[in-house]
Design a binder for this molecule. Sequence first.
Ligand code: PXP
Length: 236
Amino acid sequence: MLLGVNIDHVATLRNARGGLEPDVLTAARICKECQVASITTHLREDRRHIKDADVEAIRMLPRIRLNLEMAMTKEMQEIALRIRPHAVCIVPEKRQEVTTEGGLDVEGQLDWAIEFTKPLLEKNIEVSFFIDPDVHQISAVSKTGAPFIELHTGCYSNAYGTEDEEKAFEDLKGAAIFAQNFGLKVNAGHGLNYQNVHRMHEIPNLYELNIGHSIISRAVFVGLEQAVKEMKGLVE
Ligand code: PXP
């Protein structure tokens, strides 16, 4: 399994003081030195952490694979087509939410999802939809032409260590295996941390894990390089 690191919360900390520190580009470079598979940034509609200039600057860094998380809006589609990240992950977005809550309803807006995806694929941008482990959503994504899904691991992460863990885990595993029938590659993420990530190895076809909050939190105490290396060791 590969590790993608989400560095949004480096920008959250920077924006708390409105200055330049900590520098998001330095974070991206450190992750690159640790040879992670990709750097993820979520350009939210309200720009609460990552800003447009951050995405543009990271995109200019050599040998970094940029995965841009974004909502399925015309504005974000235009930005992606202009900046041309290597990959986009399309997520639902609500203004008041603290973090991405739940997966995107692709089935309920399939025509728009197909229309949204097409020009991105034409520019060779890999498209992924962030969805709950739900067979209907998986089969909807298969109709968009997107090569990837990213399974929302939030339920599993919240349930870890409780009586609900097994059900949440089996839902994830079943969904990942189901997605294989459609030839979809499967990423996963949200809420994964140093304690709960190990069970992802029990799912045979996970491609990449996208992890942010727990790595940046650990980095406060041990530094980003060590935090990334420790997680990389657990994931790979
Ligand atoms: N994947 C997606 C689509 C997300 O929205 C997020 C949160 O920004 C993550 C992965 C990473 O989640 P966490 O920060 O909890 O590791």
